[in-house]
Design a protein around this ligand. Structure first.
Ligand code: OAD
Length: 246
């Protein structure tokens, strides 16, 4: 099938679905200027995300890990939702039941106006105390002091999930439940290599639910989904969702 036909088919599936689950990753925010994790823009001072987003890295050098998060926070603070995010707000409005499962911690789906959001990897604006567990939302950029301190004077950590850590149990369970019951799943801008989040798409495939993928590049899902579309989320999603003539 040529690309235009695949887009039309995907648009029809979405239009005819009453219950839609969307799974997003860093690629959907790339056009807003937020670096992805595994792309060339993901490197910071020659460190990769995999080296810094771990409890071990934080234990070894909290200052370094916090400087990276402070850098990411400053990029995200300047970022605005792009047409890909906005198309998903339209999809939510047009769908009877809608769930947006995001691996992103940037909060851009919320800023765009989506409401049913499951943030399975946390949120970069949240801080959590390493001692007493107190959480607070802090949008200050840059943070001062760095690392930030809790009221109890202990160090705070970013309120995100790191490699090797468990995802918020209820949130990920709900994501799987919705993916098993919906009429269609749209996966956009994720390399789909980090589990269990990527498993949300696999669960739907196993349940025989049509899965549509939009990604700049081929991923491990591309060969097994019903429809895989190569392109930028900010360009393809508005077409998919408005069902405009190509
Ligand atoms: P990745 O950086 O692994 O993948 C980004 C994906 O987006 C790639 O497959 C790109 O091809 C694609 N992409 C880039 N620009 C795009 C665009 N404009 N339109 C469409 N696709 C585009 O990011 P994630 O899949 O989100 O977890 O990574 C998953 C998790 O690994 C993250 O949540 C984070 C990370 O380490 C934790 O920190 C726990």
């Amino acid at each position: 099938m040529v690309k235009e036909d695949r887009i039309q088919r995907a648009a029809t599936i979405l239009r005819e679905s009453r219950d839609v689950v969307v799974l997003t990753g860093a690629g959907i925010s790339a056009e807003s200027g937020v670096p992805t994790f595994r792309g060339a823009d993901g490197l910071w001072k020659n460190y990769s995300a995999q080296e810094l987003a771990t409890p071990e890295a934080f234990q070894r050098d909290p200052q370094l890990v916090w400087e990276w998060y402070d850098w990411r926070r400053s990029r995200i603070a300047r970022a605005r939702p792009n047409p890909g995010h906005l198309a998903l707000t339209q999809l939510e409005k047009a769908t009877h039941r809608f769930t947006l499962v995001t691996q992103n911690v940037d909060g851009l789906h919320d800023l765009a106006g989506n409401r049913e959001i499951l943030e399975v990897h946390g949120n970069i604006w949240k801080l959590r105390c390493t001692e007493c567990g107190l959480e607070r939302v802090d949008r200050t950029v840059p943070l001062d002091p760095l690392p930030p301190l809790c009221e109890c004077r202990a160090m705070m950590r970013p309120g995100v999930v790191w490699f090797g850590e468990s995802l918020p149990e209820d949130t990920i369970a709900l994501a799987f439940q919705r993916a098993n019951q919906c009429d269609a799943v749209l996966v956009a801008g994720t390399s789909a290599v980090v589990y269990p989040a990527a498993g949300v798409a696999l669960a739907a495939i196993q349940a025989g639910i049509p899965v549509i993928e939009v990604n700049l590049e081929e991923t491990e899902l591309s060969a097994i989904v019903e429809i895989s579309i190569r392109g930028r989320a900010g360009e393809v999603l508005p077409f998919l969702i408005n069902d405009r003539e190509l």
